[in-house]
Write a protein that binds this ligand. Structure first.
Ligand code: ZN
Ligand code: ZN
Length: 396
């Protein structure tokens, strides 16, 4: 293929190969940290393209490294490989062959796009610097990004910036959304245990009633978002489970009542505030009524907040591929989470949305009929290539 610095051509044969690859992944989905087959195929394809491969980072994670020229600049591009534990209900020739396991978030597509870009770049090498292709396991709540970082990703690989991409139904396959600031919420959980003194239901004065304390706490909980958090900062605090007492013993006030829930925010400051305020309220209400409280806030996924400069870079690359009229910069953030945030916590990062076309039969992410749209393959591959050629420009 002739190399033209201004044009990134993904020809019909490339598209055919990548489409077959994507459909094969779709038919053989694997859950988080179990992506043995997928990681094997990815690693082999990278090696066949002449790309150095590092395996076993975060159990099933794969990192491909492609270096060209003498520049010390390096960027990382991330794709996720895992599927979800749910049945696929749509009838398609490449439907899942694994019971109760399905690529319902399009990660089969993400893996394909990044592999397509890696193969293209290994062939054309129109850049100067190093690009790391991250194939991450276990994005769907099992902690794959964290595991890769804890296994020393940033010690092994020097990276100046990291980029992530997710498919988005509702945007056309030649459309992208590239937006600075918050993209995805933090997703944390919390638990409070009130320890009173259990007693006979007829003699409450002889104990300390943890159930009544729990009631006051639940009512007060919603003052955090309403009265403490800045009204211009989105935040959610929800209690989702309560446990205490026994319906077979309605003459017993229990010793202990347990309450748990979720907390979501789009900024590190608001996230910190929620952690602090839920605990303050739990201990404060407990103290007011003379019982003890145990509080735990489990930080699961930080918010994804796009760095301004990295977003400008991604925006320029997207404009080159789909034209500025097709790059949305006003796209609303999602209340879902993505552990891409663990990579972006170390270096400037940007997470972009790639159009997946209309929602077929109304199926959105995590629906049992959802599917990555193969028509988005050329746009996605060309975007990754454009970003590398731009950020590691050979002519700079
Ligand atoms: Zn998902
Ligand atoms: Zn996803």
């Amino acid at each position: 293929m002739a190399l033209d610095s201004s044009t990134i051509i993904i020809d019909d044969k490339d598209i055919e190969t990548l489409t077959a690859f994507r459909r094969d992944l779709h038919a053989h989905p694997e859950l988080g940290f179990e992506e043995v087959r997928t990681a094997g195929i990815v690693a082999k394809a990278l090696q066949d393209a002449g790309i150095a491969v590092h395996r076993g980072l975060g159990k099933t994670g794969v990192v491909g490294t492609l270096k060209e020229g003498s520049s010390r600049r390096a960027i990382a591009l991330r794709a996720d490989m895992d599927a979800l534990a749910m049945p696929e209900l749509a009838d398609r020739p490449y439907r899942s062959t694994v019971a109760n396991t399905m690529h319902a978030c399009g990660h089969d597509g993400h893996t394909t796009l990044l592999l397509g870009a890696a193969r293209y770049l290994a062939r054309t090498r129109n850049f100067d610097g190093t690009v790391h292709f991250i194939f991450q396991p276990a994005e769907e709540g099992r902690g794959g990004a964290k595991a890769m970082v804890e296994d020393g990703f940033f010690d092994l690989f020097k990276v100046d910036a990291v980029y992530g991409l997710h498919n988005m139904p509702g945007l056309a396959t030649n459309e992208m959304a590239v937006v600075a600031g918050p993209q995805l919420a933090s997703a944390d959980s919390w638990e409070v245990v009130f320890n009173g003194v259990g007693t006979h239901g007829a003699k409450p004065h002889l104990g300390r009633d943890a159930l009544t304390v729990a009631g006051h706490f639940l009512t007060a909980l919603h003052t955090i978002v309403a009265r403490v958090v800045d009204p211009l900062q989105p935040a959610v605090v929800s209690a989702c489970a309560v446990e205490g007492g026994d319906f077979r013993a309605l003459n017993v006030i229990p010793d202990e009542v347990r309450i748990g829930g979720t907390a979501r925010a789009y900024s590190a400051e608001t996230r910190d505030l929620l952690e602090q305020e839920i605990g303050r309220l739990a201990h404060g209400v407990a103290a007011a009524f003379g019982v003890a409280a145990r509080y735990e806030f489990l930080r699961r996924i930080p918010p994804v907040v796009n760095d301004k400069a990295a977003t400008q870079n991604a925006y320029r690359a997207a404009c080159r591929i789909v034209g500025s009229a097709n790059v949305r910069t006003d796209f609303p953030p999602s209340t879902a989470g993505d552990d891409f945030a663990f990579f972006a916590a170390h270096v400037p990062g940007c997470y972009v949305w790639l159009g997946n076309g209309p929602a077929v039969d109304g199926a959105l992410h995590h629906n049992s009929r959802y599917d990555f749209n193969d028509a988005a393959i050329p746009t996605g591959v060309r975007f990754w290539v454009a970003l590398v050629e731009q950020e590691l420009s050979a002519t700079a």
